[in-house]
Design a protein around this ligand. Structure first.
Ligand SMILES: C[S@@+](CC[C@H](N)C(=O)[O-])C[C@H]1O[C@@H](n2cnc3c(N)ncnc32)[C@H](O)[C@@H]1O
Length: 305
């Protein structure tokens, strides 16, 4: 049973302020999760409409029961990489994505995302497709594991942890989050002043890899650049630096003049987008109510031609 208190949406006031310029507009929430942001958007709409998507089947069935009588809303299960096909005929006044995992996914042991809760080592946001983390970890080479931990977790001890995983694997199949966390703890014990658990970066890296998160984000950004109406805005919330760097770079590249033209004098700006604000972070008050929001960053871009 999914409990609504599992997920508090982040930066909601800011999202509404920057996204909802037209109350009768058409909007997309591409990471609807447990519907926190979708509900806030619906509350503001007067005659407009909202499409809510997510790749997680559990989230989708929850959303369908939460919003059963909402006529202005349609709900679809879709990954970012499927949006272009699903919504090929739609353009939007606003597109929102609050990327990463939901608190529900993270806090539910059977989803296998967390080293704090023992569960099957799964980590798929859609458990009906793809390879789970246990299957990958038990078959990948030491080099492959170490590369993933470095690339997606920026884990400086990637080589040591990968070696420890391979050694443990010679004795047993790694099936649970607890087993993986213990292998890491044995290799990299927690010191008294460590703020983070030594398994944090490894779990983040494997999750990003298993869900193809950065490639998916790239396709979402491509989608937003094709499917915003003139005057429409994209609001992207990210939770770690790898994602935020991608969003920042993409927004910057799309909102400046073509560098090949920049030396020509007196030429009007030719970019199709403009940056609306610098990165927006949660207030101290929001962080005190919802500590998970502390690493969130919202970036906003607007289509101008
Ligand atoms: C932080 S939660 C969003 C919570 C939501 N804004 C709310 O108010 O409840 C992120 C959601 O994005 C979804 N997600 C992440 N990557 C995705 C992708 N590539 N395609 C579709 N959904 C994705 C996850 O399944 C998760 O439900």
């Amino acid at each position: 049973m999914i409990n609504e208190s599992f997920h508090i949406p982040v930066l909601t006031e800011e999202v509404i302020h920057y996204l909802l310029l037209k109350k009768n507009g058409t909007y997309l929430d591409a990471t609807s999760g447990f519907g926190g942001h979708s509900a806030a958007i619906l509350e503001q709409l007067v005659g407009g409409s909202l499409i809510s998507t997510d790749q997680d089947p559990e989230a989708i069935s929850y959303l369908k029961s939460k919003f059963k009588s909402q006529e202005r809303l349609s709900i679809h299960q879709a990954r970012f990489s499927e949006l272009d096909k699903l919504l090929c005929d739609n353009d939007f006044d606003g597109i929102l994505a609050d990327i990463g995992v939901s608190s529900y996914q993270l806090n539910t042991a059977k989803r296998g995302f967390s080293f704090m809760k023992d569960g099957p080592l799964d980590m798929r946001m859609n458990q009906n497709i793809g390879e789970d983390a246990s299957s990958w970890l038990n078959n990948a080479s030491e080099k492959e594991i170490s590369n993933i931990l470095w690339k997606y977790g920026e884990e400086r001890k990637a080589k040591r942890i990968a070696k420890a995983i391979i050694e443990a694997r010679n004795n047993f199949k790694i099936k649970s989050t607890k087993e993986l966390a213990e292998i890491i703890l044995e290799e990299v014990p927690r010191r008294f002043n460590d703020k983070k658990h030594p398994a944090t970066k490894t779990f983040q890296a494997i999750r990003i890899f298993i869900n193809n998160e950065l490639e998916e984000l790239k396709l979402l950004l491509d989608f937003t650049s094709k499917h915003l109406k003139i005057g429409g805005r994209a609001c992207i919330i990210s939770f770690h630096s790898l994602e935020d760097r991608m969003v920042k770079q993409f927004f910057r590249d799309h909102s400046r003049r073509d560098p090949r033209l920049s030396k020509l004098p007196n030429l009007a700006d030719d970019s199709s987008f403009k940056l609306v604000s610098r990165a927006i972070k949660p207030s101290d008050h929001e962080i005190s109510i919802n500590p998970r929001s502390r690493s969130a960053k919202l970036r906003v871009i607007e289509r101008i031609r």
